[in-house]
Design a protein around this ligand. Structure first.
Ligand code: NDP
Length: 481
């Protein structure tokens, strides 16, 4: 059985105490490999390696850094089939999705930030003729990168690429549920010419080795993507050290559908925004709000299409959805459905495990689920479920739609469906979220700021915002008189 080990100072190394965790294939519900169960001593080794390498890496010129990052991107592309297959088996997502979304995005992350440092310029600020200020960007040092299980390589590289581009060394802690592609990335980076110790990957439990990373005194910044509850532990654990934090957290994203929209296009996109990756994407639209005039028509068409979605073997290209990431997560999602029923929710489709061939009967599959009839204050309309479950409800006016859309402690993203250009602008600007898509969903451009408000996050990543996080901007003022 494969042992997934740490990647420290350019080598795969076993955890010092030799402890491992089971790694489960979620489609079959069986252990298929072992993952290092690292502790604070392993972490200390990784931080020490990163610190040693920082002395060299910060002197490597931006052109050479860009060249290495571009080479990593090329190697990810060359290995895209094996990476996509590994991601699918490890996470439960369909292979076609990993091949068309996760892995291409991982290489795009490296290529994009390689180009950004080649193009980036800074402004100087003249003080009439007696002085001039300019910004000197300095890397932060050793940065801790903590990533979740839903888009494993995609989100980990969204942190590694800008951090390295900006001249930092890093210690990464991917989710212990999905460490396989992070394990594969280490040797890829080494083959691309990344010096040893610049990127270290430590595997294990969040509460153990993740917490040790957060409170390590030699790691002045932490970039975290994950849940809101974990974020609080990270804020508290890092507080004594006044660390720089970037927190990309959960969402309870509304899709607001007005009667004047292109309904067919809206329904096709809403199927994806609800159930792509089993609904395990922070940007999934989990509260569907539909204008009263078209509510019945929307429900008829949408529910029909949802009931036709195929759930099954992640390696079968006809499966739209694979398995949820773990048994615990499946049970958590089912718990939300049961409590929604008790609160008066009506299951329009789904809510049950699919009937699958013997090979997958112990897998963590769930039919895509649509729930109607809930009040906006009910748990299923307030808490992030992070699975294939959406609620549908109606509204009569723009004011009511806005009130419902903003009626949550989260504020990550929203989709607005309308053909009225004035409404598209005015309504979107009043939404308390970091990202609005009008007549679209998850149309991503790596140049734009990405992040949430309220309980959905602190800070922005993407484009120059990422460089801002991974560098300290030092102002230097030169007197000219
Ligand atoms: P978690 O918050 O449970 O875990 C995220 C990472 O943090 C994992 O690597 C986890 O390790 C680690 N971790 C857990 N506890 C600690 C701790 N005390 N100190 C340091 N690290 C810790 O999130 P999930 O993995 O369950 O991911 C799902 C969440 O991520 C959802 O809320 C989703 O919305 C959010 N997310 C947000 C995105 C955004 O961009 N805004 C994008 C994607 C997801 P371990 O797995 O070992 O516990």
């Amino acid at each position: 059985m494969d042992n997934l080990t740490n990647f420290i100072n350019g080598e795969h190394v076993s955890p010092l105490k030799g402890q491992y965790l089971d790694n489960v294939n979620p489609a079959k519900g069986e252990v298929y490999s072992k993952v290092a169960d690292s502790d604070s001593e392993d972490l200390a080794m990784a931080v020490a390696a990163a610190k040693r390498s920082y002395a060299h890496w910060q002197t490597v010129g931006y052109k050479e850094r860009a060249q290495i990052l571009n080479k990593i991107a090329d190697l990810i592309d060359e290995n895209s089939e094996s990476l996509a297959r590994a991601e699918s088996i490890d996470q439960g997502k369909p292979y076609w999705l990993a091949k068309s979304l996760d892995i291409p995005r991982a290489s795009e992350n490296f290529r994009y930030f390689a180009n950004l440092i080649l193009q980036n310029t800074e402004l100087a600020t003249a003080m009439d003729s007696h002085g001039v200020n300019y910004v000197h960007r300095k890397p932060v040092g050793v940065v801790g990168l903590i990533s979740p299980w839903n888009l494993p390589l995609y989100l980990l590289t969204w942190k590694i690429a800008p951090a390295l581009a900006a001249g930092n060394c890093v210690v990464c802690k991917p989710s212990e549920l999905t460490s396989k592609t992070a394990h594969m990335l280490g040797p890829i980076m080494k083959s691309a010419g990344l010096p040893d110790g610049v990127c270290n990957i430590i595997l294990g439990l969040g509460g153990k080795v993740g917490a040790a990373l957060v409170s390590h005194p030699d790691v002045p910044a932490i970039s975290f993507t994950g849940g809101t509850v974990t974020a609080r532990a990270i804020i508290e654990g890092s507080a004594p050290y006044y660390k720089k934090l970037s927190l990309e957290l959960g969402g309870k994203n509304p899709n607001i559908i007005f009667a004047d929209c292109d309904l067919d296009k809206c329904i096709e996109t809403t199927l994806r925004s609800s159930f792509l990756n089993q609904g395990e994407i922070c940007l999934c639209g989990s509260r569907i709000l539909v204008e009263e005039k078209i509510y019945a028509e929307f429900i008829d068409k949408f529910v029909q299409k949802v009931s036709e979605l195929k759930v099954g073997d992640p390696l079968d290209k006809s499966s739209f959805m694979g398995a949820l990431v773990s048994e615990a997560h499946l049970k958590k999602v089912e718990g939300f459905i049961e409590r929604a029923k008790k609160e008066g929710g009506k299951i329009l489709t789904g809510g049950v495990r699919p009937d699958l061939p013997l090979e997958f009967q112990n897998g963590y599959f769930l039919r895509p689920t649509v729930i109607a009839g809930l009040d906006s204050r009910c748990e299923a309309m307030q808490e992030e479920i992070f699975g294939p479950v959406v609620t549908v409800s109606s509204f009569s006016t723009d004011e009511e739609a806005l009130r419902l859309a903003n009626d949550t402690r989260y504020g990550l993203s929203a989709s607005v469906w309308t053909s009225n250009i004035n409404r598209a602008h005015t309504f979107s600007q009043k939404l308390d979220v970091g990202q609005v898509w009008v007549n679209a969903w998850m149309k991503r451009d790596l140049r734009v700021p990405f992040g949430g408000v309220k309980f959905s996050g602190v800070g922005r990543e993407g484009g120059v915002d990422s460089l801002d996080f991974y560098t300290e901007k030092q102002n230097i003022c030169i007197s000219l008189n």
